[in-house]
Design a protein. Structure first.
Length: 366
């Protein structure tokens, strides 16, 4: 495990899914460093785990007995609850790490009681980002799922535009619901997150939530959305305009377009998140709009829509092959409108492999 612990109690459900494939709403995993056994993957009912102290063990409750047999076939499965405490009762002697970011103060107190009452020398130690660091680099299957998720989002937007779904007189909320439904009909499990549709002055709010605001001729319309496919999340932003664009709209659109291209170009092996962010940010700052680019350039995507690595000021994340990240600069003019252009892509030896294929040219509707 090479983490200074003899076992790791994994309670973050996203990390549990990554390590085991389990998709239920209650589960935990005890990863034992010394486990080198190939014994049977039995299902155990109850908390008697003493004979399996040196085995990596998955735990869920009775609602998921059958599901766990299919999704976690290669590990012994304990059916008990609460899962974290049930696993700790059979933890091996030594240092047992726990995921500090997903354990509450109350949970930690209960864990201390269980360990203290075990009569064995077990020490609890907080850990952070052990599994998340592994998740930052994707395998071929994960990248394929992300590629398919991006393709669903691309097609849904194309169909929405072709059907006239983005037009004056329609509300932000109606456009968002329409886009979400199209992604589901194309095979998505659902949207990656609450779809952002922001029109007119609302487009200057980076994470505006759709309202009953009505789209009007002359509006910039910003759409930030994605599809979840096999648990993996795409993320894309495109900004359109209804009617003939004003000069200022074209100006900031072209500026963001240039910054986004610079950010993609900077996504090279060995680059840090900070240097990639700076490549795009310098373009915007040089044009006098630095304060109007108010967020980081990008983030990792995968089982979560925001995960490691980070592309932002101060980020020491180092790009390695098969990291999947977004590149999403923006310029936001309060009360007037804003532009963001975002792609999801993969860090490769020969550069940034863009997964989101929708054109980044300014689309004029109506």
């Amino acid at each position: 495990m090479h983490s200074g612990v003899d076992a790791l109690l994994v309670t973050d459900l996203i990390n549990v899914r990554y390590l085991t494939g389990f998709t239920g709403s209650n589960g935990a995993l005890l990863v034992v460093d010394s486990d080198d056994e190939d014994g049977p993957a039995d299902t155990i009912v109850g908390s008697s785990t003493g004979s399996r102290d040196q085995r990596t063990l998955f735990c869920t409750d009775g609602r998921y007995t059958t599901q766990a047999e299919f999704e976690v076939p290669d590990l012994p499965r304990l059916i008990d609850r609460p899962c974290d405490l049930a696993l700790l009762r059979g933890a091996p002697e030594g240092i047992v790490g726990f995921e500090a970011r997903s354990v509450t103060v109350a949970d930690h107190g209960a864990m201390i009681e269980v360990v203290g009452g075990s009569g064995r020398p077990v020490e609890l130690a907080p850990t952070t980002f052990l599994v998340e660091t592994l998740r930052a680099v994707k395998d071929d299957g994960e990248i394929d799922a992300l590629r398919r998720a991006c393709a669903v989002a691309d097609q849904a937007l194309a169909e929405l535009i072709a059907a006239g779904g983005i037009r004056a007189g329609r509300t932000e909320r109606a456009v968002g619901l329409d886009l979400d439904q199209r992604m589901r009909e194309l095979g998505a499990e659902g949207p990656s997150f609450e779809t952002i549709v922001a029109a007119g002055g609302n487009s200057a709010i980076p994470h505006h939530r759709p309202t009953a605001a009505v789209l009007a001729v002359g509006d910039l319309v910003k759409l930030d959305f994605g599809a979840a496919v096999d648990g993996y999340h795409s993320d894309m932003t495109r900004t359109l305009v209804l009617g003939t664009p004003a000069d200022w709209q074209v100006e900031i659109y072209q500026l963001v377009q240039q910054a986004q291209a610079a950010g993609r170009q900077a996504c090279e092996l060995g680059a840090t998140g900070q240097t990639i962010d700076a490549a795009a940010r310098d373009v915007i700052t040089g044009a006098g709009y630095g304060p109007q680019f108010s967020h980081g350039l990008g983030h990792g995507v995968g089982l979560q829509v925001h995960e490691a690595p980070s592309l932002a000021r101060g980020s020491a994340s180092i790009m390695v092959p098969d990291m999947c990240v977004t590149v999403e600069p923006g310029v936001y003019l309060p009360g007037r409108g804003g532009v963001r252009i975002e792609d999801s892509g993969v860090i490769r030896a020969d550069g940034y492999d863009v997964l989101t294929q929708t054109s980044k040219e300014l689309v004029v509707l109506g």
